[in-house]
Each structure stands twice: as structure tokens, then as C-alpha cells.
Design a protein around this ligand. Structure first.
Ligand SMILES: CC(C)(COP(=O)(O)OP(=O)(O)OC[C@H]1O[C@@H](n2cnc3c(N)ncnc32)[C@H](O)[C@@H]1OP(=O)(O)O)[C@@H](O)C(=O)NCCC(=O)NCCS
Length: 388
């Protein structure tokens, strides 16, 4: 420490100090916060495009109209116009479902916490830790939807392993994926498979939500209400958040936006479908960091659709995803935490795949605000759509 140690302690006090507070950044501070993280997360965009994207992402479904909250850890006594950005993050309010001990499926609120960041000059001083413990408590009662819609949990996706966030209450959950390589498709498309565009999503999401709630009720019944089965709503706004982010990225990287957002196979009532989004960290420079993420897979009638039909449909969907990934300069296709039924389809379609258990990146983590311990929580539909 130099000769101005006392002044430095005042400007950057220990993380436990009451001089430090959790608040919200001003509009003038937001681009400063984004600029700090550009080297980490903005590789596929210029700094200006990255700043514009972060701004744009406050105007899309889910985050618009106050759905997103920006959080800032700073000094309580400093003026807003000149205060240090000790650490920052954001939370997005989402609809969630959970089962009660009596087996009912209820709706509540979950917050998705993201973009946890400390300026390199302030790292290792406990500021992110302080922010996470403050934010974790704060969102417990944040944006309540009335007494019948409590905040039931919050989620985040750790890129720094399982230790840091679990210390602050977010337990790591299943974080695996199936990976396929991109490949052009020259064969004939199976009859009965159709690509999905924006306009098909509303109906698919409504069906998905209904089926998911039925599944949660079944699970609660099967275990006699022992576990809390929880899920984030796979609703239209949740998917649009991803697709509009994708539109911004592809427009700035490729000068165009994609039309194919997924694929669906089969007759209504016995369909199988997948919705996906393209994520870019490498841009055009390299495929590294560019992934076509399957956001959600739905098998409409798992019990009564003949397996051969599901296999044929799923194969056709994967072929389209692989061709899209090839066209959009992606390194791979990832499908997170498939259900037993979907995993069986993966094995049967005859397309080579890798099964990856992640231990460092994108660790799905959940903090439950009820009495139950993490091992009494069953995170259902723990798929990429819930990511932010
Ligand atoms: C991760 C980050 C937010 C930590 O901020 P910080 O203010 O230095 O954090 P703290 O001082 O409160 O705590 C540091 C802890 O984080 C751990 N940590 C930091 N970077 C890590 C990494 N890349 N992998 C694993 N652990 C890491 C440290 O080992 C330390 O652990 P300890 O509490 O057991 O000593 C900061 O390094 C950062 O902004 N990194 C770049 C962006 C990023 O990766 N954000 C997280 C996205 S999930």
C-alpha cells in the first residue's frame, strides 16, 4: 500500500463496510458498466455495438418496462455523478411454477441474475461476494406480484465453476448438454418436418406451458408432494428475449437475421419440436465461442406417440439444426439437460454426439427462497431458454 493508504481505504473500503451500498446505476453509469465487461463478453461486437446491444436488451420482451433491474455496488456517500463502480449485475423478472406439499402447481416469480462483474482494478477485495449476498436477499421481495405470487427462487449461470455462487446460496444443479457438430444436409427432408419462424412460436409456447404444468402436477403426485418441482415458464416472451438478442447479433455480424428458429415434426397433439438461438462470441473471426443453442425441446405426447415416429421427427429436426449451425459459422450445437425421453431419441437417431457434463461454464444454479434445502428442489425443464 502506498503513502495515501488511508485515503484509499476510504475510497475502497473493505467489502463488509457499512460505507458500501447496493443501489441502481443511473442512465449515465450504465454504458460505463457495459464498457468494463466488453473485453469479457463482447468479443463478437465492436465496443459501440456492444453498448448498443446492452441498451437494446432493456427494450425487448421480458426485460422491457422494468423487467430488468440493474444493480450497482458503490459507496453510499459518493454523489451519483462521481462514484466508484465496485461491482455490478442485473436481474430479470420471470414467471415461474412450483409445486406445493399438497401437490398443487402454483405460479410465482423467479429472478434471473446475470452479468456479475467487478472492475479488474477492484477484484479480490470481496466486492462481488458482498454484492451477491446483498442482491440474493434483495430479490427475495423484489417486484412482488401480490401475495399469491411470491418470489420463489432465483437462478444464475456461473462461468466460474460451482464454488463461488454456492457459497452465496445458489446451489449448482444439473449442467450437462448433448453436442452435435454442424453439417450441411444434402439429403431429402423427412415429410412432416417444418421449420419454425417467429409467427409459429406463440401457439407452441402456449402448448408447452400447459404440458409443463401437467408434468409438474404428475411429478408432485408421484412423490407425494415430497419435493418442490420447479420450472421457469417457457413462455413466448422468454423465447423472444433470446431471439431478439440473436437478431441484434446476427444483424451486426452478418448483416442479416435468420429465419429458421427451430423445427417441428408431426401432427398436432403428437408433435416433437425444438426452438433454438445462435450465440456468438467469436463472430466471423472464428467459429470458437459461436454455438447454436437449443433453447427448448418438447415432445407433445410422450406416452402415446410411437417411438419410430419420434425418432424420425427428432432426426429431421437435428439435421436442420446442424445445417443452420453450419450456415451461421457455429462451432457446435448444444442441447442442455435433455429429459430421459429426449436422451433416448438422441441415442437412436444415428447422428454422432458428445455428452458433456460441465463443471466450470454455464453452471445452472438456483437459490430457493422457501424452507427446503437444495436437494429437495427438482429443477424441471432446466434448459437453455431459462438462461440470461
Ligand atoms: C468473478 C468476479 C465477478 C469476482 O469478483 P471479485 O470482486 O474479485 O470477487 P470477490 O473478491 O468477492 O471473490 C473472489 C472469489 O471469486 C473467485 N473467482 C474469481 N474469478 C474466478 C474464476 N475465474 N474462477 C473461479 N473462481 C473465481 C475467487 O477465487 C474468490 O474466491 P474466494 O471467495 O474463495 O476467495 C470477477 O473476477 C469478474 O468480474 N470476472 C470477469 C467476469 C466474470 O467472469 N463474471 C462472472 C460471470 S458468472
Amino acid at each position: 500500500m502506498g503513502s495515501n493508504g488511508a485515503a484509499d481505504d476510504q475510497a475502497h473500503p473493505p467489502s463488509s463496510s457499512p460505507l458500501i451500498t447496493l443501489t441502481h446505476p443511473t442512465p449515465a453509469e450504465l454504458p460505463k458498466i457495459s464498457a468494463l465487461s466488453h473485453p469479457n463478453w463482447g468479443g463478437a461486437l465492436t465496443l459501440q455495438d456492444y453498448l448498443d446491444r446492452e441498451d437494446y436488451m432493456t427494450t425487448v420482451p421480458l426485460s422491457k418496462n422494468g423487467g430488468i433491474t440493474h444493480w450497482l455496488l458503490t459507496l453510499a456517500s459518493s454523489p451519483e455523478s462521481d462514484r466508484p463502480i465496485l461491482a455490478s449485475c442485473e436481474s430479470i423478472k420471470k414467471r415461474a411454477f412450483y409445486t406445493t406439499p399438497s401437490g398443487e402447481v402454483r405460479e410465482g416469480i423467479a429472478h434471473g441474475v446475470a452479468s456479475v462483474f467487478t472492475d479488474p482494478q477492484y477484484r479480490g477485495k470481496g466486492y462481488a461476494s458482498r454484492m451477491m449476498s446483498d442482491v440474493g436477499e434483495k430479490v427475495r421481495t423484489w417486484q412482488l406480484g401480490g401475495e399469491d405470487r411470491p418470489v420463489v427462487f432465483s437462478v444464475l449461470y456461473s462461468d466460474i465453476g460451482k464454488g463461488f455462487y454456492s457459497k452465496h446460496g445458489w446451489a449448482p444443479f444439473q449442467s450437462s448438454h448433448v453436442a452435435w457438430t454442424p453439417a450441411e444436409f444434402s439429403g431429402e427432408r423427412a415429410a412432416g418436418v417444418k421449420t419454425i419462424g417467429y409467427h409459429e412460436l406463440a401457439e407452441l409456447c402456449a402448448v408447452d406451458e400447459r404440458l409443463l404444468k401437467e408434468r409438474l402436477a404428475k411429478m408432485a403426485k408421484a412423490d407425494g408432494g415430497k419435493k418442490r418441482h420447479v420450472a421457469l415458464a417457457p413462455e413466448l416472451d422468454q423465447l423472444l428475449w433470446h431471439l431478439m438478442r440473436e437478431d441484434f447479433m446476427t444483424k451486426h455480424i452478418f448483416g442479416k437475421t435468420p429465419e429458421v428458429r427451430g423445427a417441428v415434426y408431426g401432427e398436432k397433439g403428437r408433435r416433437v419440436w425444438a426452438v433454438w438461438t445462435r450465440g456468438f462470441y467469436g463472430g466471423l473471426r472464428t467459429t470458437e465461442g459461436n454455438t447454436l443453442h437449443v433453447l427448448r425441446v418438447v415432445v407433445e405426447d410422450e406416452d402415446d406417440t410411437p417411438e419410430e415416429e419420434l425418432v424420425e421427427g427428432f432426426k429431421a429436426i437435428v439435421e436442420i439444426a446442424r445445417a443452420e449451425a453450419k450456415e451461421w459459422n457455429s462451432e457446435d450445437i448444444q442441447m442442455w439437460n435433455p429429459t430421459k425421453v429426449v436422451k433416448k431419441l438422441v441415442e437412436k437417431i444415428g447422428v454422432e454426439y458428445e455428452f458433456v457434463e460441465r463443471d466450470k461454464k454455464s453452471i445452472a444454479s438456483l437459490r430457493w427462497y422457501g424452507e427446503e434445502a437444495a436437494d429437495e428442489i427438482d429443477w424441471v425443464a432446466n434448459e437453455k431458454y431459462a438462461w440470461c
